[in-house]
Design a protein around this ligand. Structure first.
Ligand code: ADP
Ligand code: MG
Length: 320
């Protein structure tokens, strides 16, 4: 007999929710934020064919569906606590559901999130998570907080996910030692949750890189009414043996990495070095925020301050 909606929820999604007053099963879930905390809320929709390739491994997809939301919480410096999952499924296929739920719950466990509710319906494959986190009142990292003179930083190695996607689509042959890493970045990104919280007292502004470094840094520049100057020489080393043009394009404009881009005053360089060591995560100081016109722009420069033209900025739905 086909699995009904409520059996499906009970079997694959309802789990213990120690952080909630009331978990799945009623018309609403109930949660109680800790005293003195702001709630940070975010939602992200993943559509087959737009955000992931048809036939994507369901375990990875379950992980990524939650991970991309936790990345938004990380970018605000929030601690993830709760999530809601709205699922639109073509069929209740048990092997697929078991793997998807396995990936989702693995991510939830790793980052201390309770799945407190959702909605499940039949239709084209669509996955929508709402994630809720907490941040000490008034201390969330905003895009608008950058100050003139701030250093610009990025974590990890942005661009690998885009290289993985181009490889899977047959547009580029990656050397064997990069294949697994790039594909893993694409399909099972690690939200920088610990980094985001560690940055709260140090950084002025932050964003997660979901649409490409230049595009997302542009959001900080516009919101902060400053110009972002990225120094080419200070960018992370490109993956060895990969086509240089493709690798640079992926680094500057590739989406889906979920690394953090943030700004901080130069007096925090030492503290940021310690955080990088603590988290075993490289942090690259790639430029500075300046009060120069045109405001809101992201300029790419050589070491002598000459502007290098660049074309594609990042991914925008309805445009690309
Ligand atoms: P309603 O019709 O009142 O919106 P539903 O029948 O859709 O409630 O869902 C029943 C319960 O199961 C609700 O508490 C809802 O939050 C939960 N739920 C539905 N789908 C999911 C899911 N995919 N994961 C977790 N909980 C879910
Ligand atoms: Mg419902």
């Amino acid at each position: 007999m086909a699995l009904g909606e409520f059996d499906l929820i009970a079997r694959y999604f309802a789990r213990a929710t120690p952080q909630a007053v009331l978990g799945p099963g009623d018309d609403c879930a109930l949660v109680q934020p800790a005293a003195g905390m702001d709630l940070a809320l975010t939602t992200d929709l993943l559509v087959e064919g737009t955000h992931f390739l048809p036939g994507t491994d369901p375990h990875d997809l379950g992980w990524k569906t939650l991970a991309v939301n936790l990345s938004d919480l990380a970018a605000m410096g929030a601690r993830p606590r709760w999530a809601l999952l709205a699922l639109c499924l073509p069929a209740a296929e048990e092997a697929w559901l078991a793997a998807f739920a396995g990936g989702f719950h693995a991510c939830a466990r790793e980052f201390g999130v309770d799945l407190i509710g959702g909605d499940t319906t039949r239709g084209p494959l669509n996955l929508c998570v709402t994630a809720i986190g907490e941040v000490p009142a008034g201390q969330a990292l905003r895009r608008s907080g950058a100050k003139a003179g701030d250093d610009i930083w990025i974590s990890g190695q942005p661009g690998l996910a885009a290289l993985g996607l181009t490889h899977l689509q047959g547009g580029l042959e990656l050397p064997p030692r990069w294949q697994a890493r790039c594909i893993e970045r694409l399909q099972a990104p690690r939200p920088r949750v610990r980094l985001g919280q560690a940055l709260r007292p140090l950084a002025h502004a932050a964003i997660d890189i979901s649409d490409g470094l230049l595009a997302d840094l542009g959001h900080i520049a516009r919101a902060s009414k400053l110009q972002a100057q990225v120094i080419l020489d200070q960018l992370p080393l490109l993956p060895e043996g990969v086509d240089r043009v493709a690798a640079m394009d992926a680094l500057l404009s590739g989406g889906d990495d979920y690394e953090l881009c943030f700004t901080a005053p130069s007096r925090q360089r030492l503290a940021l070095g310690c955080i990088a060591a603590d988290l075993d995560l490289p942090l690259w100081r790639i430029g500075r925020m300046v009060a120069a016109k045109p405001l809101g722009d992201v300029l790419l420069m050589d070491a002598d301050g000459r502007v290098i033209p660049h074309e594609r900025q990042g991914y925008e739905h309805f445009v690309n």
